[in-house]
Design a protein. Sequence first.
Length: 543
Amino acid sequence: SIAAFFAGISEVNPLPAHYYCRECGVFEAADTELAGIDLPEKKCALCGCKMGRDGFNIPFETFMGFKGDKIPDIDLNFSGEYQDKIHRFIEDFFGSENVFRAGTIVTVQGQAVRKDFIEKYSEKTGKKIKEAEKERLARGCSGVKRSTGQHAGGLMLLPEGKEIYDFTPIQHPPKNEKIITTHFEFGTLHDTLIKVDALGHDVPTSLKRICSALNIRVEDIPLDDPDTMKLFSGVKVIGVDPKNYNPPVGTLGIPEYGTKFTRDMLAATKPSTFSELVYIMGLSHGTDVWKNNAEELIKSKTAVLKEVISVRDDIMNYLIGKGLAKDMAFNITEMVRKGKGLARGQEEDMRKHKVPEWYIDSCRKIGYMFPKAHAVAYAIMSFRIAYIKVHRPEYFYADYFNRELKGFDHGFLSYGIKEANTAKKHLEAAGMRLEKKEKDRLKVLEVLCEMKERGFGFLDVDLYLSDPFLFRVENGSIRPPLSIVPDLGESLAAAFGKEREKSKFSSLEDMIKRTRANKNVVEFIRKNNIAKGIPESDQTALF
Ligand SMILES: [Zn+2]
Ligand SMILES: [Zn+2]
């Protein structure tokens, strides 16, 4: 909503594409369905300044309906480190007696019913249950409540003059005395209470870290950088060999654009405008929007990326543009985004207004659709990370390893490009049989190979120079953190960080005494020369 934009709550400007002048306040609407950032540059007619370009064309009606009768979805992404703070702010702002965490209900499903209930029952009672009866019971019990939990970031707001018991019982989540959740799930309260989603997200944390290391402001990373745009359709811009990448697009490690699924989508569509990056977010976050749908339309050249249906809001924009009545366009959008297909009258009306058959057909197939505002927010965050990947690669890779620390192995540090490739191919060969841990390693190795190909490397882990927890950039190279030493967990890394501030360790003995590090860790530190030149004990230091 434009109010949230002007209040500085959201960076997403929902107006149609436009130019504006910061100096003299000129505002100029542009006639395009693209995002403002894709408009050509222009000088202000009044003062000659370079004009700003903005606007993502998000109709307010998809937020609250034409008559203000739709319950809005409010989603805000915050750095995970900041999420608690923002939750407390919302509680203070509305009064803690009016804010409740959204509860969730966990149900039992097929296999779990068999394993945890039917088989246990048969074990305990000694009763033999026939396979067909097991199947009948499993089906009958599926969907029964098993336990309750809390939503990742949802807060339910109570309207004035009501009490929570008018809507739902409340409770504590398991093993938590402080937090109060609604007993009923948000899904069943959807039309009565407003929910604010204040979600924790990695990318704001990444951007904050990168920007403070580079001493820039996040808003200063331009969203119209042509080289960054090229990363989404090829690898040339980062100077690596396309033969080594399948598909050959440069978005490995870019949040939301880095998975094989999305990279294949990029390879098939070759986006060259910011608007198209937004469509890609819609296509990749919907259900039956890309697969069995837009993918085929694009492959068969029936439609191009900017024409296929990718986000909710554009159905409405498109249909109104075709001349359908506003409430008709709105109702069709609501049906389609929820996967309910089209009513007969709606189809007829679309045909009457010359909406092509493939478009109607596509509407019918859609299972779930992403809202445009969310797609824009993701595209903006990811584009900024992509900018860093193109222009300040060492900061991108350091941050990537911080995000994917669980897949990083101390052994990777000594890999040259050949060893990294061998390790990667070895895991790839195992394919679907990989365990979660190996999949995490493979993900990191893919990005590591690319980093090596671009000529970046690691410095040694160093007892005094390494950050306790984070990969950091040092003179164009990457200094790994203490925490990648095997067995050296988070609390020990913190202890090292704290103790070394007080004074240098005089010996390994002194280190053990002060940090309570176990033998394995100390042995590893000694063997890998992480504490350069440190004596075994204070005794030997005397001689
Ligand atoms: Zn001006
Ligand atoms: Zn001026």
